[in-house]
Design a protein around this ligand. Structure first.
Ligand code: ATP
Length: 136
């Protein structure tokens, strides 16, 4: 085990996305992006849609598109509960484009019966997926 690593779990509703040792995690915190390294102070943060970057003990970076969630740090154990997390190669670009267009249409409509916050969040997820898939 790399001596400045910590235990990391990334858990989505239907699967364990990552379980193992990592040397760094960079996360899209609701109050701003942040990085967790070995011996980080205890922390609980909500996450927005954005890139979730894991550096392995060998120094290799893996980026996931996450739809938001929570991250907790305690005693060199980091648990990330995410609504969704995809590797760039697993992102369905057409689906993300369709989601972006739906959300943009709702936001432009000014229809008072629509939930605009929900549309904003859907747009943020779609834009993040397209960015990480390299299509925006
Ligand atoms: P959509 O309206 O297309 O469902 P969404 O942003 O509402 O998009 P989520 O609720 O964030 O979707 O995700 C639901 C599930 O679908 C998750 O398992 C997520 O990983 C997957 N998912 C959503 N969009 C994509 C995509 N473009 N490519 C791959 N997986 C996706």
């Amino acid at each position: 085990m790399y001596e400045r690593s910590f235990q990391l779990e990334i858990i989505a509703p239907t699967r364990v996305v990552f379980e193992g040792e990592a040397s760094s995690v960079s996360a899209p915190g609701t109050l701003g992006g942040f990085q967790v390294l070995f011996n980080h102070a205890p922390l609980l943060s909500s996450l927005d849609a954005g890139p979730l970057k894991v550096k392995s003990t060998a120094g290799v970076d893996t980026v996931y598109a996450t739809g938001g969630g929570y991250l907790e740090v305690r005693d060199n154990k980091v648990v990330v509960l995410v609504e969704s997390a995809e590797l760039p190669r697993d992102i369905d670009v057409e689906r993300a484009r369709a989601a972006r267009e739906r959300a943009e249409g709702r936001l432009k409509s000014h229809d008072p019966s629509l939930d605009m916050v929900r549309a904003e969040l859907a747009l943020a997820r779609a834009l993040n997926r397209l960015r990480l898939a390299g299509r925006r």
